[in-house]
Design a protein around this ligand. Structure first.
Ligand SMILES: Nc1nc2c(ncn2[C@@H]2O[C@H](COP(=O)(O)OP(=O)(O)O)[C@@H](O)[C@H]2O)c(=O)[nH]1
Ligand SMILES: [Mg+2]
Length: 286
């Protein structure tokens, strides 16, 4: 009868192959930062920021937003404004500042101040080309020390001796999308600038934008802190900037949407809450 499989000639047993190392999966076993994306967590963040009180030694908490052209500064300000005033604007994304895709230079060349809510002032250096401006670090130091009044043109800053607001926290904005090919002049500028901040003990936070470029859909941002590749990219960037990972904030700005959403909103508000927190010990030391 058939049915029996015919066996070929006996072959020597193959030597067992060394087992390959298990390849790390795309997700970390634990997220490197705990962020809750619930309605409750979002509302708590909204409240925490709106009720913010600076240390009694300061009237307002003053934050300076800086970064190279195209890093997402204007978009971040627009996004935060849309979040903090969401009731007033019916959840529609606002454009306080013109955002020009691929813009190499910006129109505004003066120190601007935004007071989205009572106790918080956000200063921005739109149009200030960090890596191209002579004496950029000196100019920024004057701003941080509170020697520059709001509205002063950058060209006049070195001459100005007006009273401004002392900065309690500096936020450097960097796009994750362009992190791998930062201009050497920009890296050199950041090294010098961060060195100056360390010396003067002004808290510095790194705001990483464009994280949406590494996910397929907004929903996937919920797993942002579990993604091994994203963590590696951010670690590399933080190392290059000599900023520790606990001083890194990660967001995706509103850039194409008409309405705000809770996932991006949570990350944006989380970043603002962290900036306010970083400013406190500095205000206490003033
Ligand atoms: N995908 C994506 N695009 C962004 C993000 N932030 C800003 N952009 C876009 O990048 C461009 C430059 O942004 P902008 O805010 O003007 O940069 P600024 O020069 O630093 O003020 C604009 O076209 C924005 O729509 C982000 O988080 N994700
Ligand atoms: Mg801008």
């Amino acid at each position: 009868m058939g049915g029996l499989l015919s066996r070929g000639p006996l072959r020597p047993e193959p030597r067992p192959e060394p087992k390959p190392e298990p390849r790390p999966g795309p997700f970390l076993p634990n997220p490197w930062r705990e962020v809750k994306f619930s309605d409750d967590a979002y509302m708590k963040l909204q409240e925490e920021i709106k009720k913010h009180e600076p240390h009694r030694k300061a009237y307002t908490t003053n934050i300076l937003i800086s970064g190279s052209v195209g890093s997402g500064k204007s978009s971040f300000l627009n996004s935060v404004l849309s979040e903090l005033r969401r009731k007033e604007f019916n959840g529609r994304v606002q454009t306080l500042q013109a955002v020009r895709p691929g813009a190499q230079t910006s129109v505004t060349q003066r120190l601007r101040c935004h007071k989205f809510i009572e106790k918080i002032k956000i200063f921005d250096t739109a149009g200030f080309e960090l890596e191209k401006t002579v004496n950029a670090t000196i100019i920024l130091k004057k701003i941080i020390d509170g020697e520059v009044a709001e509205g002063t043109k950058f060209d006049n800053i070195l001459k100005s001796k007006m009273e401004g607001d002392k900065i309690h926290c500096v936020v450097l904005v960097l796009s994750l999308h362009t992190a791998e090919n930062m201009h050497p002049a920009l890296i050199q500028f950041y090294e010098q600038f961060i060195g100056m901040l360390t010396e003067t003990e002004v808290p510095c936070q790194l705001l990483v934008t464009f994280v949406d470029k590494l996910v397929e859909k907004t929903e996937d941002l919920k797993n942002l802190y579990r993604r091994r590749d994203i963590k590696q990219k951010i670690e590399m960037l933080a190392k290059k900037m000599r900023i520790s990972m606990c001083n890194v904030l990660v967001v995706s700005n509103y850039f194409e949407e008409m309405k705000i959403n809770q996932i991006k909103g949570t990350l944006l508000l989380e970043a603002v809450a962290q900036m306010l927190m970083a400013a406190k010990p500095f205000q206490e030391r003033m």
